[in-house]
Design a protein around this ligand. Structure first.
Ligand code: SME
Length: 150
């Protein structure tokens, strides 16, 4: 992974004339096409005043999990912990919501606006144990840039 090149393209998307939703969609599309082991990329955001996440932009197969209560699954746990969560093998997780048998691993990074958790980026992979510190660094960079849009 050429992390600097990826970061540069993300910055170009953030600074472009697109709407926030279009930027988030472009980020999903870019990541899914650039990184071979990213098979589903999406953004979830807090659903108004409810203690739940609502699916926003995504790339990959449609999921029935468009609403996720806080605390449920990997995403719901990150909504509460405010911390990045890497799951190298979903079979090891009890509190996990499956989006299909093909998914083997997942990484979720919160979008923090002045310390407030407003949402997250969620990546599903069909590969076991694919994520390194580079993924965490890149995705935390992306979430800080997305946070700047809010
Ligand atoms: N696997 C997630 C649910 C969302 S899908 O990955 C798109 C979870 O456990 O929270």
């Amino acid at each position: 992974m050429n992390i600097n090149r990826l970061k540069n393209t993300i910055e170009d998307i953030i600074l472009s004339e697109k709407t926030t939703a279009e930027k988030q969609q472009a980020i999903c599309n870019f990541l899914e096409s650039e990184i071979s082991y990213y098979d589903w990329v999406g953004f979830y955001f807090k659903n108004g005043n409810k203690k739940e996440l609502k699916l926003a932009e995504f790339t990959g197969e449609p999921t029935e999990h468009t609403i996720i209560p806080f605390g449920k699954g990997i995403c719901g746990q990150v909504a509460i912990s405010n911390e990045s969560f890497i799951v190298q093998n979903v079979a090891d997780q009890d509190n996990y919501i499956s989006c299909g048998w093909k998914v083997k691993s997942e990484i979720v990074i919160p979008v923090l606006v002045k310390g407030k958790n407003i949402g997250q980026i969620d990546i599903d992979s069909h590969t076991i144990n694919p994520f390194t510190n580079n993924d965490k660094e890149l995705l935390e960079f992306i979430c800080s840039k997305v946070a700047s849009l809010y």
